[in-house]
Design a protein around this ligand. Structure first.
Ligand code: NDP
Length: 258
């Protein structure tokens, strides 16, 4: 999506430091670009150092401040080091998007692999906890800030064949609400975003009838675009959302309306 940013938002995040987990691909990359375009210094935190570096290089080529951090959200020590590196590089941390996630296999609950369950929950739920665990002290140190956790439409709906993903994404919504209550009076806002199915590399193995089925779930008649999710998340991170705490916002092409 190449719609130019309205001028009013061009410097909205000037002076702010933002960390985006899974920031090198799909929704996270769109968010990294969106925040950089609005003046934030962006820390692209992703599993693979090469892809994080490539994304940070791309942002710097536009004149933005950006750095790359290789980080595994399933490993608390790695997350702690990534947050420390962000603060060391840019002096503070004000904004975070906990976006890194994986899909997992499609199997009914009674046949779902135990190791698959552990891997999906470790990434999609524990990874969000570990991230907030180390981001929140940094945000407090900075005097406040905002966090957006990327859940899913499957943070409120079930989806046959994806028990671990659905459970983890529901968990992200509850975790978001709880942390929001804990930090609302300390100048930190924490919210969750629930995208419908979005056309990203996460859906790389979904084509043909399976893709058509996903599209049919959205009254809008198409999959969403990463930029459409990034726009909502950027709003929630901004001061324009100053009274929005602990809520879960859908961007789903009407999926949940029926
Ligand atoms: P992508 O696969 O395009 O991007 C996810 C990024 O996170 C990748 O760079 C991935 O690296 C990285 N990542 C995966 N595991 C880890 C880890 N342990 N530590 C650090 N980084 C990791 O996916 P999307 O952009 O589609 O998804 C982003 C988020 O949005 C996820 O939380 C997903 O669940 C959620 N979401 C996606 C929807 C969709 O339809 N696409 C719908 C609703 C929610 P690598 O490529 O190496 O795995």
């Amino acid at each position: 999506m190449s719609t130019p940013l309205p001028t009013a938002y061009e410097a909205e995040f000037a002076g702010k430091v933002a960390l985006v987990t899974g920031g090198a691909s799909g929704i996270g990359l769109a968010l990294s670009r969106r925040l950089a375009a609005s003046g934030a210094s962006v820390v692209v935190a992703d599993y693979h150092a090469d892809s994080a570096r490539k994304a940070a290089d791309e942002l710097r080529a536009t004149g933005a401040q950006a750095t790359a951090v290789a980080l595994d959200v399933t490993d608390p020590a790695s997350v702690e080091a990534g947050v420390r590196s962000a603060v060391d590089t840019f002096g503070a941390l004000h904004l975070a998007v906990n976006n890194a996630g994986i899909g997992g296999p499609s199997q009914p609950t009674g046949a779902y692999g135990v190791e698959d369950w552990d891997r999906v929950v470790a990434t999609n739920l524990s990874g969000v906890f570990y991230s907030m665990r180390y981001e929140l002290p940094a945000l407090l140190e900075a005097g406040g800030g905002a966090i957006v956790n990327i859940s899913s439409i499957l943070g409120t709906n079930g989806f046959a064949g994806s028990p671990a993903y659905v459970a983890a994404k529901h968990g992200v919504v509850g975790l978001t609400k709880t942390a929001a209550l804990e930090y609302a009076d300390r100048h930190i806002r924490i919210n969750a975003v629930g995208p419908g199915f979005i056309d990203t590399p996460l859906l790389r193995d979904t084509d043909g009838p399976a893709r058509d089925h996903l599209i049919s779930l959205h009254p809008a008649g198409r999959l969403g675009m990463s930029e459409e999710v990034a726009e909502l998340a950027a709003f929630l991170l901004s001061d324009r959302a100053s009274f929005i705490h602990g809520s879960y916002h859908l961007v789903d092409g009407g999926y949940s309306a029926s």
